[in-house]
Ligand binder design. Sequence first.
Ligand SMILES: NC(=O)c1ccc[n+]([C@@H]2O[C@H](COP(=O)([O-])OP(=O)(O)OC[C@H]3O[C@@H](n4cnc5c(N)ncnc54)[C@H](O)[C@@H]3O)[C@@H](O)[C@H]2O)c1
Ligand SMILES: [Zn+2]
Length: 358
Amino acid sequence: MEIVKVNLGRRSYSIHLGEKLSQVGRIVKELDIGKKILLVSDSKVFRYYGETVKKSLEKQGCGVFVAKIPPGEKYKSLNQAIKLYEKCVRTKLERGSAILALGGGVINDLAGFVAATYLRGINFIALPTTLLAQVDASIGGKVGVDLSQAKNLVGSFYQPGAVLIDSETLKTLPSREIKNGLSEVVKYGIIKDKSLFEYLEKNLEKIKKLDISSLQRIIEKSVRIKAGIVSRDEREEEGEREILNFGHTIGHSIETAGDYRNYRHGEAVSIGMLKATEIAVAMHLCPSDLLLRIEKLLRRIGLSTRIEKISKRKIYQGLFLDKKKRGGKLHFILPRELGDVFICENVPFHLIRKVLQK
Ligand SMILES: NC(=O)c1ccc[n+]([C@@H]2O[C@H](COP(=O)([O-])OP(=O)(O)OC[C@H]3O[C@@H](n4cnc5c(N)ncnc54)[C@H](O)[C@@H]3O)[C@@H](O)[C@H]2O)c1
Ligand SMILES: [Zn+2]
């Protein structure tokens, strides 16, 4: 068991790695928060792990209320948030009470958003059960819901009181979801940690077979990287947090252009990372063998490396909708070498069109 700290000025919180979900009661007790808990989960995840979590909390004398949401991104909505607020009122949650999120990124963001806003903020604890949520969504405090116009349009920065990562839960995760999370792990390797990238290259077969110690190793490395970045730039104001968007400029546009039906987030980011690297190579900012090496790893994982069934023109146009949101400049995170990226604001438009056409 390892503890990684996220330090935010006067506040800090712990990420408990390699901890069992059955230990959640003890962790809640140590936090010394109220004994009333709303456990939010998706119905599929709850079927696997709900009772373990509930029992562990009850053993410590907590009163546990459960809210089950159907699985799926479409439930990361204001409608579901309202239903959760109503449940908070009915169960008389108070400022000292806590919301626990048991599930993937959808549950993390939705339950975190309700915790951030109900009574102007109650305690929040994350119990992520997908690889993507364990290495990314549960760390860093971005919470929110989607609107019909776009994803993550309403939200806040709201840090949890603790995060408990039980990697054994990944044993029940479908392989497409494992790949989805691995895409973000590859990203961490490229932006900050050459040794993580090399570890993936060497141990991919074990990881794909869900060997727990290899999974724990990549989760720990990823969590340390994200926790470090968030500790230095909590609200994406200093520039450093923006490097987490490597592969996401084009990736987001691919997701939006495909109406979130064709590609999972990690799959779109996989293509986005390749396109960003192609741009860097074309601008003579990084060597072409880096592109080949990244592409090889993504292919071995089984991630998408090509845009299919989506209009490339739509993806290109989507980039400029995103641009408006960022004060008029289109930002790309480009690699120099493994473990080293930088923010580039002057990628020529013709080059973007060219790499999208490939
Ligand atoms: N807050 C952040 O910083 C941040 C970062 C990245 C992504 N996100 C958000 O995360 C969301 C995507 O998260 P996700 O990929 O985890 O998807 P998800 O929450 O929809 O989970 C994917 C699927 O896996 C199932 N599942 C979850 N855990 C399981 C387990 N252990 N065993 C079996 N099945 C399990 C779920 O029921 C669901 O069907 C998006 O909404 C995205 O915007 C947020
Ligand atoms: Zn991402």
